[in-house]
Design a protein around this ligand. Sequence first.
Ligand code: PRP
Ligand code: MN
Ligand code: MG
Length: 179
Amino acid sequence: MLNDIQEILYDAEQIQLKVKEMAQQLSEDFDGRNPLVICVLKGAFIFMADLVKNINIPLETDFMAISSYGQSTKSSGVVKIVKDLDSPVEGRDVVIVEDIIDSGLTLSYLIDVLERRNAKSVTVATLFDKPGRRTVELEADYTGFSLPDAFVVGYGLDYAERYRNLPFIGILKPDVYAP
Ligand code: PRP
Ligand code: MN
Ligand code: MG
């Protein structure tokens, strides 16, 4: 598995430090608001776990699975909910936890859904961002690292469902996906 990685961009230790920083900021900003923290499955599951472990205020968690319609490209912008939340979001301060923002389509769809359900506020926390890849205008409220436009995997991010379990984020060797 490690053989498939061309370069490690941020190692496990760097990621843990950043996650703790973000968690500390969220703890301050959401103190007394009992936020509903939403994990966008599957990619965000590792970040979600590490993040909430380090948030030291009361909060609730929920999980949502989203899939982009169509084949490999997401250009259609049509996204569907594969698994919906269990909790109502009306009147809640919602924090969406994402692993990465690429085109921005997944999140812009999700934000729209949550706003239509009358969330009191919708905040986005993403560990990684590829700002150069946006097709819709969207900026996270909390961002861990900006990444170059390369095919990255690890720490929740997959290629064909693999590599999510790597504790770091790295660039996948091109011959893995373009043999
Ligand atoms: C990935 C990633 C984000 C989304 C970002 O999810 O985890 O959720 O794509 O891309 P976008 O900004 O262009 O929408 P993916 O659809 O691969 O599902 P997964 O989380 O289950 O891997
Ligand atoms: Mn995802
Ligand atoms: Mg994926």
